[in-house]
Design a protein around this ligand. Structure first.
Ligand SMILES: Cc1ncc(COP(=O)(O)O)c(C=O)c1O
Length: 373
């Protein structure tokens, strides 16, 4: 019997959420409205009562955060080369200069031990990324930021539901940016949210989100800042509202499945496993590194032959053409490059059965044998 294809990720959307989306569609108001407001209020509860504004992507949230942080052309923003390219793209988008610091090979997140050496008088902000939902050490991060008087834009696109020392990511810190893209721990299909620090006016954030427009009670309006078109729809917010009650369950289930991978993966296969953190990490992705001598394309094909989907998140971004043109080259960030070349994302999503993990673990030795050079 052929087995059903197991994707590397799949969102869990329940019937009540589908019904809620239908209700929005039938309501006559399908763009930003009461559902977005309710979603923002519910997100704020998760984030310790801090102001949260919803956006139509986690890229828009990052860009607006940089603008709100006062990042301008000529400023430098420090981030990691091992992330979705959106992180660095938004720095370019606001006219600033990305400064990349290699990752710590153990956590695969920006190496905080090397970060300080990259700070210059032009540095304006730090933009750490919680890769695969594993939080960057917030104590060390904010110690550095505070000593150098730098703003922080936490790219927490992948770490919604994760925590640091028992505190939810988003409930503390400076700007915190989440993505609700379809493969995240919580989804709105596409979407994002920005948690705002106390010194930022949420009304300004709303204006930057929607063409800079300020509306008055008498129906008049004014535009005195340049804004984008980044508002979330009520359709998407209804999905998010339906997802939020499951947040703890999704995170727990992801942790359970990750633990099962650790229990079942044959250590003789020489896969390099991610840090075994079942407290803070939300296990947005499960990413072993392939052994030296295995051809990744052949490995992915061999897993596909066994009806298993495998993703790649991500090649080191400084080796993309756009970034090479800005002067980066092979060898600049050896840890990010090595991880970027060898990383594979195995299936992990809340609706997966324990038996699916077992199936993946049985498929691994076959695929590794087939893909050795
Ligand atoms: C680390 C990181 N930053 C930013 C983003 C951008 O989020 P979005 O796709 O919602 O624009 C993503 C999305 O995958 C991400 O993983």
């Amino acid at each position: 019997m052929t087995q059903a294809f197991l994707p590397f990720t799949r969102p869990s959307i329940d019937r009540a959420t589908i019904d809620a989306v239908v209700k929005v569609l039938e309501s006559g108001w399908i763009t930003s409205g009461p559902k977005v407001q309710a979603f923002e209020a519910a997100l704020s509860e998760v984030c310790g009562g801090r102001p949260v504004r919803a956006f139509n992507s986690g890229t828009a949230t990052l860009e607006v955060a940089l603008r709100l942080a006062g990042v301008k052309p000529g400023d430098e923003v420090i981030t990691t080369p091992l992330t979705w390219v959106a992180t660095a793209n938004v720095i370019l988008e606001v006219g600033a200069t990305p400064v990349l610091v290699d990752v710590d090979p153990a956590t695969r997140n920006i190496d905080l031990g090397r970060l300080e050496a990259a700070i210059t008088p032009a540095t304006r902000a730090l933009m750490p990324v919680d890769l695969a939902g594993l939080p960057v050490d917030r104590d060390r991060l904010y110690d550095i930021a505070n000593r150098h008087r730098l703003r922080v834009v936490e790219d927490a696109a992948q770490s919604f539901g994760a925590s640091w020392n028992g505190r939810p990511i988003g409930s503390f810190g400076d700007f915190v940016s989440f993505s609700f893209h379809a493969n995240k721990n919580l989804t709105t299909s596409e979407g994002g949210a920005l948690v705002l620090p106390a010194d930022i006016d949420p009304k300004l954030c709303e204006r930057l989100r929607l063409q800079g427009v300020q509306r008055f009670a008498d129906g008049g309006m004014e535009v005195d800042v340049l804004g984008g078109k980044w508002n979330l729809t009520d359709i998407a917010a209804a999905i998010g509202l339906g997802q939020l009650p499951y947040l703890a369950e999704f995170t727990e289930r992801r942790r359970h499945l990750a633990r099962r991978y650790f229990d079942l993966i044959d250590r003789g296969l020489d896969l390099e496993l991610p840090p075994a953190d079942f407290e803070s990490c939300n296990w947005h992705m499960f990413q072993p590194l392939l052994p030296e001598g295995v051809e990744r394309g052949a490995f992915i094909a061999a897993m596909k032959e066994q009806a298993i989907g495998v993703g790649v998140h991500y090649p080191a971004l400084h080796l993309f053409g756009l970034y090479r043109k800005l002067g980066w080259q092979e060898g600049d960030f050896p840890h990010a490059e090595r991880i970027g070349r060898r990383t594979v994302t195995l299936p992990l999503f809340p609706a997966m059965a324990d038996a699916d993990v077992d199936r993946v673990c049985q498929a691994l030795p076959i695929a590794l044998t087939k893909s050795r050079r």
